[in-house]
Design a protein around this ligand. Structure first.
Ligand SMILES: [Zn+2]
Ligand SMILES: [Zn+2]
Length: 328
């Protein structure tokens, strides 16, 4: 499908600045109509140019007429995303962001922030699976507390022994794992956190003006990545619940997850691939928050994260009412 302007016939796109559909040719808002709902297309429905469609592409730009095309069969049926976060940063906003942050930095070659280079960046809706879990965490162990005091010329030490039992039910919501092969997993994890309050029902209008992919891998095949994020958080919670002892000897520790739902979502990412002396320096910008992750030209080994907090805590940790702590 292609969204066209009713007034001038130009390609209407989703504009973060206008917070809605916009025609950049005649500057009109919400003048769009949906056209060319086509399946199994090999040619552009507007200009009939032959399209090179990658295996997982769901939205792209026609290289001949520059219209943004959304491939119906890759956003419907089994590939219909349930939710998405629309772009909050437009290309112009990201250009300004990059210039504000990198201007005057010595490492960057001069054309790193040039208009021509920055115009080459593309907005991508990256497929993610979001996993929900109900996880039971059980800990049993022996704890000791000691206290010492002096009375007269005697020194006393008292040791108390405790049976420690912890039984926690933790509900996790929306643990994200990217389902795109070409997007590097480590970088996508660093894109976090997104603000999931902005998740909306999927509508193809939001994709007009951007690139996109359907999920490349199904929810089951990459669940282990969400599972290990969840486990490390559950382990931390469990450890934090056992405090105040001089010594703790664990007897039993169990983390028992139950995955309750996996939701297919699209999250916005700007991609800027900077080429310098035959080497590519990819930069990724969170399309919702403006957080920049990139490999800086010159100092090669370093992955630089602007304003980054390595995701240390999971965004959606909710402790249920069933949080039971007993210390006997
Ligand atoms: Zn128009
Ligand atoms: Zn075309």
């Amino acid at each position: 499908m292609i969204f066209k302007c009713k007034n001038c016939g130009g390609n209407a796109v989703y504009s973060p600045e206008h917070n809605g559909m916009f025609c950049p040719y005649c500057d009109s808002e919400k003048s769009h109509e949906r056209m060319h709902d086509l399946y199994n297309i090999q040619v552009c429905p507007d200009c009939s140019g032959e399209l090179q469609i990658e295996e997982h592409t769901s939205a792209m730009q026609c290289p001949y007429c520059n219209n943004y095309i959304i491939l119906n069969e890759r956003v419907e049926g089994q590939y219909a995303p349930k939710k998405m976060i629309p772009f909050k940063y437009s290309k112009d906003m990201v250009k300004k962001l990059m210039r504000d942050n990198f201007k005057g930095r010595v490492f960057a070659p001069t054309d790193f922030l040039s208009e021509a280079r920055l115009n080459g960046m593309s907005g991508e809706y990256v497929p993610f699976w979001m996993y929900d879990y109900d996880t039971r965490c059980v800990f049993r162990g022996e704890g000791t507390k000691t206290r010492s005091w002096t009375s007269g010329d005697m020194r006393y030490t008292e040791t108390s022994y405790y049976n420690i039992v912890r039984d926690l039910n933790v509900t996790y919501k929306d643990i994200p794992v990217d389902a795109s092969i070409i997007m590097p997993d480590q970088i996508m994890d660093l894109m976090e956190p997104y603000n999931y309050d902005d998740l909306v029902e999927f509508t193809p209008e939001y994709m007009s003006g951007f690139h996109g992919e359907k999920y490349n891998m199904d929810a089951t095949s990459i669940e282990n990545r969400a599972n290990s994020k969840m486990r490390s958080s559950a382990e931390t919670l469990l450890n934090q619940s056992v405090t105040g002892y001089s010594r703790v000897t664990p007897i039993d520790k169990k983390i028992m997850p139950r995955m309750t739902e996996a939701t297919f979502c699209l999250l916005p990412v700007w991609k800027y691939i900077y080429k310098y002396k035959d080497t590519e320096y990819p930069f990724y910008i969170n399309g919702q928050t403006g957080k920049v992750i990139g490999k800086v030209p010159v100092s090669k080994s370093k992955i630089w994260a602007y304003g980054a907090t390595l995701w240390a805590s999971l965004a959606g940790v909710i402790l249920l009412a069933g949080y039971i702590i007993s210390s006997l």
